[in-house]
Structure formats: C-alpha cells, structure tokens
Write a protein that binds this ligand. Sequence first.
Ligand SMILES: [Zn+2]
Length: 230
Amino acid sequence: MMNFSWRCPFCNHDVTIGEENYSVNEFHFCDNNQHGHQLIITEVITCPNPECKEYSLKLSIYDGKLDEFRQFRAESRPKKTWQLIPEAETKIFPEYVPAPIISDYQEACLIKDLSPKASATLARRCLQGMIRDFWGIQKDRLIDEIKAIEDKVDPKTWQAIDAVRKIGNIGAHMEKDINLIVDVEPGEAKLLIGLIETLINDWYIVKHNREESMKQIIDLAKNKKNNSTK
Ligand SMILES: [Zn+2]
C-alpha cells in the first residue's frame, strides 16, 4: 500500500499512515438476498503519535461485481459507510472547552446525515453558546450576536463566519428564532459543523495555548530571578 497523510480525530495531529498503522479486512455474502453479492470492508487506522495511539474504525458496504478473474470486487463507491470509532466524524476537543458546547457539537455531528435540519439547529445553538460564553454577548437573535463580534474577531475568522451565514438557508436560519427548525441541505449542515470546529480551535484552544506559554515564560523568569538572588 501507499503511505497516506491523515489527521487523527483524537489528537488532531497530521500523521503519515503506512502498513504498520493500517488494517483492512473484507468479507462477502449473498445468501440469496435481493441485492446480490455484497462486500463489507472494515478499515482500522491507528494513530502513530506516541502520546495518542488511538484507533479509528470505519465499516463500508459495497455492491460486489465479478472481475475478469471471477473474483468478487467492490464497486468503486460504497453504498453506505459507518464511522464507528470515534462515533461519526467528530473531533475530540480538550476538556477545558465548556461541556454544553462540546455536547451540542457532538450531537450535531452524529445526526448530520440522518437529519441535516436537526444538526444545523444544534450547530446554531452551539455557535450561539460560544459567542455568549467566549465573548459575553447576548442578544435576541443569533444574527445580531454575530454582527456584534465582527470588530472583535480576527478578519479571517469573520470572513469564515460571514461566508457560511450567506449560504443557502443557513443565513435565514440564523435570523430566525433559535427554536425554529429550518430545512437545510446535508452539505450546509457539514459546513456549519466545520465552522464550529474552526471556532472552537481559534477561540478556546488558541487562547488556552497562549495562556500556557505565557505561564511558562513567567515561571521561567521567576526561577531565573530566584536563582540570581541566591
Ligand atoms: Zn492521535
């Protein structure tokens, strides 16, 4: 197999996956079912980051076809894929990100394909929760809360929020009451989830890392001072 690059959903590290971190298995069945020959392929990827070593598991089902050697092969695209571990394509965020935000985010990911409109409703609540918690802004409509942070967030982040809110029904969605469910396309729900992931990273994680490195500098400076006064 060829090595490929992969972002671990547990530790968010970009890593290279080779044979030693990758297992794939397939089995087929027919049993006179009405869909014909079916192939099930399971794929396991283990994160090589020594501090992580978590594995991710995915299962896909394909229609089978006979190749020129009369071997069953999978059709090129799976009929259905289940991301089993971690559940859905959910990023694992650190514990210092507020629990209600993580819980809305995870649920939005879990139902993204099953019910994009429910997913978008949760993502919208999650976005509102973040603006209220992180920026301390509270207004009646999400759209007004978003407008209130325009001059506070960095321009790139603002561009991302602005771009997503202008797509399809999402914009209309943000102008409505928080409890109103509006139809959205699966692609739109996915975009909203991507925006939430970016904002959790840009706001909570960047701030936390900055505080940690400042703390380290202060501690180092203190030690130096203590040593020089001895
Ligand atoms: Zn990892």
